[in-house]
Structure formats: structure tokens, C-alpha cells
Design a protein around this ligand. Structure first.
Ligand SMILES: *Cc1c(COP(=O)(O)O)cnc(C)c1O
Length: 420
């Protein structure tokens, strides 16, 4: 059967078209590898990826190891898990083995990476960073700058090359996200990395909205350091450990601020002075969250098998279909598409602006359509690994119904949730 795409199939975006696209979708079988409750349209995988069917068994096995093997499990499996899982994530971001370490939270990894990046350029005192980056990245950069006596210059991504140029001889670090967490706009990792390098700066990337959503090539692009979370596109589960990438050329000079005992050259010598382990092992900190780490390891498997290129290609088609449905069904209802229409400039989610975004999303969730809200933006993640064209059509149809009938104005949808 020919592969159906929006461009090939000349039909109005409709339920029939969604069904036809799902029938020819080669990734459709992967949906069964996630535990998706009936009646749920899972479009919030950019916030928390759904539960991979393999994870409960992997967690049970980790708990069995804990119960039966006790500390022996450290030698048998657990000690090497951060590097092993790190290398598997590395493959998804274009990193050769031995450069990616899993463990600790994204925020911890960010702090570690910002300080270490600045220490690679001790004679410089400016950090140029995306003003639209996720708040924790901005807060931690500001705190690291206070500690080190650096100045942070925050600018929108579009102005970043000029800002780097203005501070040419002073820029130590350029710190950006792979994609905008609100609008889903994808940034140009190789081009921005080149801008940083031309000014003599270190390029640090937050790949939280990139890894698992789009193919990345950190080695080929010359990225120096990177961090990322794993509970979004990698479905690692709530609080699953983040990762740090350190290009091989920097490893033996890298002076990380969080010098925990697991990063010591000989951790069991219990030496009084920290001596960093060779290679990326120095990026370990303390005892990692082993249960979460082993859950994450199992979660990676469906994505690895599907292949990030295939997932990305379907995500692009889902995004095109979403926009086609939105143009047809949401016209005149107060929505504005804020994600670029050019698929090369889109990450894994789409965002619509609406003045009553929170109430609209509350009404959608009531119908089982799960997206989320950031300010006045409704976000919908179209992860090609498990989202179907039917899901997209259901979501946009629900949006139409909720907005066209003023259902969202019901007092029931006015309360503020702690987490959306
Ligand atoms: C999701 C996300 C985080 C989350 O940080 P945590 O420490 O895991 O809460 C940080 N930065 C970016 C860019 C993100 O997308």
C-alpha cells in the first residue's frame, strides 16, 4: 500500500482521511507498546510521556534485584547503569559512546553544565542565553552567574547571533534550548553552535524538547556540552533521571562543580580529596535513582526500534494534519497558530494561542483530550511514536466543539489547576 501523506492524499483533512493515514502508518503498531487508557487522546507527551508497556515489568525486576540481591546488585548491574543508559540516550542525540551520562534531575544537570562550561573559558565573563528558555534554565544560569561573577545577556533566539557578536571577546558560554518549550519552534543547533564557536565560546544546549522528538547530531554539530530531561519525549516516567553530554575533547579538562563521590577516579578508596574520574565518568555525581534509571532504560526500547528518523517523519505528517484540521475546523473561533508552519522549524508539539486557553484546556481534558497550557498557549504534542492521525482529528474536533458552543465558559472549567 502506498504511504499516505497529507501532500500525497488530496482530500480535505477529515475523519476519513485520518483513518486512511492511520491504516497506512508503519508506526501504528507502536501505539500498543504504551499503556494508553481507553478514551484518552495523549497529546501531552511533551510534559510527561505515556507509560511504556515494558516499564512495569522492568520496575518489578529492579525491585526484585533490590529485594533478593541487596548491595550485590550494585556490582551485578546498577553501578554501570548511568553510563549504559547514557550511551543509549547518546545514540538518540548523535553522540558516540562514552560522552553521555544519565542521572540526577535536569535542574541539577543544568547547574553542573553551566558552571563547567564557564570554567572552560576562565578568561571570559559573559553568558549569552535564550530569553525564552524554560524558567529553571534561566534561574540556574542566573544563580551560577552570581556565584562566578558572570554577566548573563538574555536575548530572544533571533537576536542571539548579534548579541554574541556584540560581546565577541567576552562570551564564555552560549546556552540555548533545542526547541522553544512554549511555541514548539525548533532552533538551529549547528548554526547557533557555529556562532558560539566563531566567538570563541562554549556551546551548551538543553535538549529536553529535542531528544526523542527530532534527530540530533551533537558530535557532528560540534556541540560542547548538553543536558536534557527524559520524562517528556523519552517516556522515562515522572522524575526520571536527566542526562549530561560532554564532548570527548573537553572531558579531561572539565571542572564540574558537583564533585560527588560517584564521579571520583576511585570512589571506593574513600579518599579525602576529589580526583575526577577519567572520561565522562566524572559527570556522575552521587548515588543515582536506580529504580527510575532502570524504568527509563526499558522505556527507550520502542523508540530505538522505531528509529528517531521514522518517528520524526510521522511527527511532521501529524503536525501538517493538525494544522490542516485547525485551518478547516477552528476558523473564526479565536485561535491563532503560533508554531511555525514550516515543518523544518517545528519541534514535537504545536501551540495555539487563545485568550481563554486554561478554560479551553480544562474543557478538553474533561473530554479526555490531554494537552497542556503555558500562559495563553495551548500545547499539543504529536509524538509520532504513539499518537495517531485519529487522535489529532479527535483533538481538533473537540477544540471546535468546546469553543463553538462556549462550553469552556462553564464555571466548572474556571478553577485553576496546580499542574496543567
Ligand atoms: C522540562 C524541562 C526542564 C525540567 O527541569 P526538571 O529539573 O526536570 O524539572 C528544564 N529545562 C527545559 C528546557 C525543559 O524543557
Amino acid at each position: 500500500m502506498p504511504k499516505g501523506t497529507l501532500r500525497e492524499v488530496k482530500m480535505e483533512p477529515s475523519r476519513e482521511m485520518a483513518d486512511r493515514l492511520d491504516t497506512v502508518d508503519e508506526l501504528a503498531p507502536f501505539r500498543k507498546e504504551f499503556n494508553l487508557p481507553a478514551g484518552v487522546v495523549p497529546l501531552n507527551g511533551n510534559s510527561l510521556g505515556p507509560l511504556p508497556a515494558a516499564v512495569p515489568g522492568a520496575v518489578a525486576e529492579a525491585v526484585r534485584q533490590w529485594g533478593e540481591r541487596l548491595t550485590r546488585a550494585w556490582n551485578e548491574d546498577w553501578w554501570h547503569a548511568p553510563a549504559r543508559v547514557g550511551d543509549r540516550i547518546g545514540r538518540l542525540i548523535g553522540a558516540a559512546p562514552g560522552q553521555t551520562m544519565a542521572g540526577d534531575s535536569t535542574s541539577v544537570q543544568i547547574f553542573n553544565a553551566v558552571v563547567a562550561a564557564a570554567r572552560l573559558r576562565p578568561d571570559r565573563r559573559v553568558v549569552v542565553a535564550d530569553a525564552g528558555n524554560f524558567p529553571t534554565d534561566r534561574y540556574l544560569t542566573a544563580s551560577a552567574a552570581r556565584l562566578l561573577g558572570l554577566e548573563v545577556v538574555e536575548v530572544p533566539m533571533g537576536d542571539l547571533p548579534d548579541a554574541v557578536d556584540r560581546h565577541r571577546d567576552e562570551v564564555a558560554v552560549v546556552f540555548c534550548p533545542a526547541a522553544d518549550y512554549r511555541t514548539g519552534e525548533l532552533w538551529d543547533v549547528p548554526a547557533v553552535t557555529r556562532v558560539a564557536h566563531e566567538a570563541g565560546a562554549v556551546a551548551l544546549w538543553d535538549l529536553s524538547h529535542g531528544a526523542g522528538a527530532v534527530p540530533l547530531w551533537v558530535d557532528d554539530d560540534g556541540v560542547d556540552l548538553a543536558v536534557g530531561c527524559t520524562y517528556k519525549y523519552l517516556s522515562g516516567g515522572p522524575g526520571s533521571p536527566a542526562y549530561g553530554y560532554v564532548a570527548a575533547r573537553h572531558q579531561d579538562r572539565l571542572d564540574l562543580p558537583l564533585t560527588g563521590w560517584h564521579g571520583h577516579a576511585r570512589p571506593f578508596d574513600m579518599a579525602g580529596v576529589f580526583e575526577p574520574a577519567p572520561g565522562v565518568a566524572r559527570a556522575r555525581i552521587g548515588t543515582p535513582p536506580v529504580l527510575s534509571l532502570l524504568a527509563l532504560e526499558a522505556a527507550l526500547e520502542p523508540l530505538e526500534r522505531a528509529g528517531i528518523e521514522a518517528v520524526r517523519a510521522k511527527t511532521v505528517r501529524l503536525g501538517d494534519f493538525f494544522l490542516g484540521c485547525a485551518d478547516r475546523l477552528l476558523d473564526g473561533l479565536g485561535f491563532e497558530v503560533v508554531t511555525p508552519r514550516d515543518p523544518r522549524r517545528r519541534g514535537g508539539h504545536l501551540a495555539l494561542r487563545h485568550p481563554e486557553a486554561a478554560a479551553v484546556m480544562a474543557a478538553l481534558k474533561d473530554r479526555g483530550v490531554l494537552g497542556d497550557v503555558r500562559g495563553d498557549l495551548l500545547r499539543f504534542c504529536v509524538n509520532g511514536l504513539y499518537v495517531s492521525f485519529g487522535d489529532v482529528h479527535d483533538a481538533v474536533t473537540a477544540l471546535r466543539e468546546v469553543a463553538a458552543t462556549d462550553e469552556y465558559r462553564s464555571p466548572r472549567f474556571r478553577r485553576r489547576e496546580v499542574v496543567t
